[in-house]
Design a protein around this ligand. Structure first.
Ligand code: SAM
Length: 242
């Protein structure tokens, strides 16, 4: 169970209404029973249900059962797609261990509003289902142009792996081999995935012109945006080995 609270043996954790309902009504757990909890950055802890209230359950933390597992240092920037597929991207990126996920609004992005809370809920759900103890940070949506303005080519936080269906399938081998040779020691990468209609010509030209950006192909077939996000994460993870 995810709880947004500091953890310490002997400490109390107050659950909110939704979590209390989930624990008591859905999982049908009662006072004295044990539950595993995590806050995304401090491993996993066993806790005892001290008060099984349906509106405000209280947990008493017993001990740490698993250490924190740091995430692979990969960010995922993706153009938001329609709701169910956006949920899918957030869930799968969490399972695949992305350290940060951020929707980027491109010129052909159709979806006008992205709910951070919904993304966060999907992240938490995926982590709970898979017993993960680390969560990706969810950042607010930002326009691609603004993000590229903000990230200087030399000083930006990341190099960009621009997933480009028009890139030469063989060409990305060089980029990925370089990534493998660095063994995760160079400046880390952010994957960038476009919307249903792809990036427009201006965006593509801007990305291709940047020194901190490498275009990679995920094969000669065009993938759906959500599939591309997962395929790209899998490719980078295989290289980094984590
Ligand atoms: N129309 C489909 C959809 O609705 O999902 C396909 C969209 S595809 C243009 C969306 C994004 O996925 C692209 O902008 C690119 O970032 C990524 N992508 C898809 N296939 C790819 C490939 N073979 N290589 C690299 N990136 C790819």
């Amino acid at each position: 169970l995810y709880v947004d609270a500091p953890m310490a043996a002997g400490g109390d954790v107050q659950l909110d209404k939704d979590q209390s309902h989930y624990l008591v009504n859905v999982l049908r757990m009662g006072q004295g029973e044990h539950v595993l909890i995590f806050n995304g950055h401090d491993g996993e802890w066993a806790a005892e249900i001290a008060e099984a209230s349906k509106k405000a359950a209280l947990l008493r933390v017993i001990e740490r059962t698993r250490a924190h597992q740091p995430l692979p240092d990969i960010w995922l920037l993706f153009a938001p797609v329609k709701r169910a597929r956006l949920d899918f991207i957030a869930q799968k990126a969490t399972e695949m261990g992305a350290a940060m996920i951020q929707p980027v609004i491109t010129r052909r992005t159709i979806v006008s509003r992205v709910k951070d809370q919904r993304l966060q809920a999907n992240v938490v759900e995926a982590a709970e289902q898979c017993g993960l103890v680390a969560l990706p940070e969810v950042r607010e949506a930002e326009k691609l142009d603004a993000l590229l303005d903000r990230w200087s080519e030399r000083e930006g936080p990341r190099r960009i792996l621009f997933c480009d269906e028009a890139a030469e399938p063989g060409g990305s081998k060089v980029a990925l081999e370089r990534l493998a040779a660095e063994g995760g020691k160079g400046k880390p990468y952010a994957l960038l995935i476009g919307p249903e209609g792809g990036f427009d010509a201006e965006e593509r030209a801007r990305l291709h012109a940047r020194k901190d950006t490498v275009a990679i192909s995920l094969g000669p077939r065009i993938l759906r945006a959500d599939t591309a996000a997962i395929a790209a994460l899998a490719a980078v993870q295989m290289i980094l080995g984590d």
